[in-house]
Design a protein around this ligand. Structure first.
Ligand SMILES: [Zn+2]
Length: 77
């Protein structure tokens, strides 16, 4: 019997409030080349100690498409 390793592929989507472009917060291509997950900032918030995702946040996201900047608060699973 073979054993293989698993691979996790995570995407975290928001819609740009200006142009409605779909942005993956984990993709620098979508966030004007800025790494919002530096030191696991976003992924750590996926497993909050109090179990609530209401406090999930990501500040000053810049849309690669229209260059507007906005904040993200809350995370739906
Ligand atoms: Zn936009």
């Amino acid at each position: 019997m073979d054993t293989v390793s698993a691979r996790l592929d995570i995407e975290m989507f928001v819609d740009c409030p200006e142009c409605e472009h779909m942005i993956d917060l984990l993709s620098e291509r979508d966030t004007d080349e800025y790494d919002h997950n530096e030191e696991g900032y976003l992924l750590r918030q996926m497993f909050p100690s109090n179990g609530s995702h209401d406090d999930f946040e990501c500040k000053k996201v810049t849309c690669s498409q229209c260059k507007c900047t906005f904040n993200v608060k809350g995370l739906e699973w």
